[in-house]
Design a protein around this ligand. Structure first.
Ligand code: ZN
Length: 135
């Protein structure tokens, strides 16, 4: 593990988490992606008074990555304001799958305790992805 890039990813996820818009749940989440261009893209959750249309932090970070011109996810950090490690929701696991391989590291943090170090394949086993669509 490259500790320098991990420190940068954690710092980016925490910085963007502090800018999250979460007036309803008060549960702030930050996500930072290391992309194939070597850059870090981050995003936070953005809630809405019409609850279902809010955005997850991971979705925001993926949108920033695509807008920035990168195409593949190499590593992901997620930080949340809860006491347990904040793991990507089911929808975001599938969103990540579009741009990440099953062995892509996903590191999940809460505000205390040890982070959960996992992979996309562990979070979303036997997943359906772009490779299933023979084109
Ligand atoms: Zn999500």
């Amino acid at each position: 593990m490259n500790t320098d890039i991990d420190a940068q990813l954690f710092e980016a996820a925490e910085a963007v988490r502090k800018r999250a818009y979460a007036p309803y749940s008060h549960f702030t989440v930050g996500a930072a992606i290391l992309a194939d261009d070597g850059k870090i893209y981050s995003g936070c959750n953005v809630e809405n008074a019409a609850y279902p249309i809010g955005n997850c932090a991971e979705a925001s970070a993926i949108a920033a990555m695509i807008a920035g011109g990168a195409k593949r996810i190499e590593r992901v950090y997620v930080t949340g304001s809860g006491s347990m490690p904040t793991t990507p929701c089911g929808g975001c696991r599938q969103r990540l799958r579009e741009f990440a391989a099953p062995d892509t590291a996903i590191i999940c943090h809460g505000v205390e305790g040890e982070p959960l170090m996992t992979t996309l394949g562990e979070l979303l086993p036997h997943s359906f992805g772009p490779d299933h669509l023979d084109q």
